[in-house]
Write a protein that binds this ligand. Structure first.
Ligand SMILES: [Zn+2]
Length: 179
């Protein structure tokens, strides 16, 4: 017997390849033929969730293995955040791409509206963490001394003409003053 999916008993060969089409046709599932982020090539439900992923996430072994957040060590928390981030990365990227201008103007508006407060906050933060930040900077410099030097040198070489020009202008100005 051919396997069917959902209350509408869809077979894979009757499924539509795109979520929007499936939603419009009120299909419970659709099938893109492409692997999900975990590599399953199986139908997706109407929300776009891979049904194999959904099965795993709902399985009792998985739920048992998944500790409640408060019992996680910081490392496990970071790992979970990372897994979540990776699983959503493409989605977020697409979202940001589509809404680039909107996000930018929102940020600008937010900044404009809260400028004084934000400046104040950042000043306070810097003030409170002055020593720590100076130390962090020093550490960073110590550890990356060679890279920093190299970068400075590359920057200089790239902009040498500009620097030399500026120097010449400066000297001329000084000379004119002393004349
Ligand atoms: Zn999957």
């Amino acid at each position: 017997m051919v396997k069917t999916y959902g209350p509408d008993k869809l077979t894979v060969d009757r499924m539509l390849p795109i979520k929007a089409l499936a939603n419009a046709a009120k299909h419970s599932h659709y099938f893109t033929g492409k692997p999900c982020k975990r590599g399953h090539v199986v139908p997706r439900d109407a929300r776009g969730e891979c049904i194999e992923c959904a099965r795993i996430l709902n399985s009792s072994e998985y739920k048992k293995a998944k500790k409640p957040r408060r019992l996680l060590t910081p490392e496990e928390k970071a790992e979970r955040r990372r897994t979540y981030y990776l699983s959503r990365r493409d989605e977020l990227k697409e979202y940001r791409q589509i809404n680039k201008d909107k996000i930018k103007s929102q940020k600008q508006q937010y900044w404009k509206k809260n400028k004084d407060e934000l400046k104040q906050k950042s000043k306070k933060y810097n003030e409170a963490n002055k020593d720590r930040m100076a130390e962090a900077n020093r550490d960073y410099y110590e550890k990356n001394r060679e890279t920093i030097r190299q970068r400075k040198r590359e920057y200089y070489l790239k902009n040498r003409e500009k620097f030399l020009q500026r120097q010449r202008e400066y000297r001329q100005r000084m000379k004119r003053k002393s004349d």
